[in-house]
Design a protein around this ligand. Structure first.
Ligand code: HEM
Ligand SMILES: *[C@@H]1O[C@H](CO)[C@@H](O)[C@H](O)[C@H]1NC(C)=O
Ligand SMILES: *[C@@H]1O[C@H](CO)[C@@H](O)[C@H](O)[C@H]1NC(C)=O
Ligand SMILES: *[C@@H]1O[C@H](CO)[C@@H](O)[C@H](O)[C@H]1NC(C)=O
Length: 322
């Protein structure tokens, strides 16, 4: 673990780093964005995340994934929160929405914030803060979140095609990330988000049933791990919410994800794919052996992903455009 002084210096250096990066030439983010207009915004988000997590341990994973989805479609603009209206089907009702949940946590935080400082804090910023709080509450590192994102007015189910698929190979993953200005190091570090949460059989069943023309089971999987996945997810799985946790410590933010990956116990093909490129394999090995290296890289990459902005307004209700 880092000593407190080192931690402060580390967080401070990341904060400076974050002020220097801007990807889309959009609105600039800053750490003190709400200092004058809504000084208690972070406390309100943290309170909402804590309250929900106390009732439901799956909340932090949901909030972290929500931010990832938000940022990968039209930038972090709260588009993931909008509800379908009229003939427009929104992202949240798009195909890979299984396991996107806990939207009520964002709504609760927004309500508390609107009563303190109406019309000032974007929903996109609330999602970014909630993702950070989700990591901290699960035992992960903390960081200062640059703020000032604006909310978007467009959310289309069809855009969820732009999210990386769990069946992606390395070059597809690399392309998906580089289209958003994210590097292969960001890819490896952010995949560490899979230290939290749960996946449904549909996300990985291809690896344990009819994998390819010569293998029924993906040969890169650890055999006993594969056998347990096959048991949970038989070829014609009928159990509605059957699935597996993404790592062995599903509610704890740690580097177990990388340790398991090196043992053939990563859940998705996209996780396994990180071992198929020498550079990313080296990073997986590094993060598997050093919790500090993982934490540091994760924070840096989260700030980068989280700074992909794209909105135009501050919504009053996170589910509807103004
Ligand atoms: C690299 C590309 C990625 C792919 C292909 C991917 C794919 C997936 C899939 C298929 C699921 C399970 C959905 C289900 O079956 O219910 C999932 C869950 C999850 N992902 Fe990713 N993901 C990626 C990157 C990320 C990133 C960058 C983060 C955050 C930093 C993240 C955080 C999560 C979390 C926390 C869950 C668990 C959600 C829950 O339990 O509610 N993922 N991901
Ligand atoms: C969707 O609804 C809008 C407004 O109600 C309308 O202008 C548009 O033509 C509709 N589009 C389709 C494809 O039905
Ligand atoms: C996911 O989409 C389905 C069908 O489009 C919808 O019924 C469901 O409510 C959505 N789930 C979430 C969590 O929004
Ligand atoms: C990755 O997948 C794409 C699309 O299926 C394919 O064209 C490409 O050859 C694959 N790359 C590798 C290295 O397998």
């Amino acid at each position: 673990m880092l000593a407190m002084g080192e931690m402060v210096a580390f967080v401070a250096s990341l904060a400076i780093f974050s002020l220097l990066i801007s990807f889309d030439g959009g609105n600039a983010l800053s750490l003190d964005y709400y200092t004058e207009t809504c000084p208690k915004v972070e406390e309100a988000v943290t309170a909402a995340v804590k309250k929900a997590t106390a009732n439901d341990r799956t909340v932090p994973a949901a909030l972290l994934r929500m931010h990832f989805h938000d940022c990968f479609i039209r930038g972090c603009d709260g588009s993931v929160l909008l509800k379908s209206v009229g003939n427009n089907t929104a992202e949240k009702d798009g195909p890979p929405n299984i396991s996107l949940h806990a939207f009520y946590v964002i709504d609760n935080a927004k309500k508390a914030i609107e009563s303190m400082c109406p019309g000032v804090v974007s929903c996109a910023d609330i999602v970014a803060l909630a993702a950070r709080d989700a990591v901290v509450i699960s035992g992960g590192p903390t960081w200062e979140v640059p703020k000032g994102r604006l909310d978007g007015r467009v959310s289309k189910a069809i855009d969820t095609r732009l999210l990386p698929s769990p069946a992606f190979n390395f070059s597809q993953l690399q392309q998906s990330f580089s289209q958003r200005g994210l590097s292969t190091e960001d890819l490896v570090a952010l995949s560490g988000g899979h230290t939290l949460g749960f996946a449904h059989c549909s996300s990985f069943i291809n690896r344990v049933n009819n994998f390819d023309s010569t293998h029924n089971v993906d040969p890169t999987l650890n055999p006993s791990f594969a056998a347990s996945l096959r048991k949970t997810c038989p070829a014609h799985n009928k159990v509605k919410n059957a699935g597996a946790t993404l790592d062995s410590t599903t509610a704890t933010f740690d580097n177990a994800y990388y340790k398991l990956l090196t043992q053939g116990k990563g859940l998705f093909s996209s996780d396994q794919a990180l071992l198929t490129n020498p550079k990313t394999k080296n990073l997986v090995d590094k993060f598997a052996t050093s919790r500090e290296a993982f934490d540091e890289a994760f924070v840096k990459s989260m700030i980068k992903m989280s700074s992909l902005t794209g909105g135009q307004e501050v919504r009053l209700d996170c589910k509807v455009v103004r």
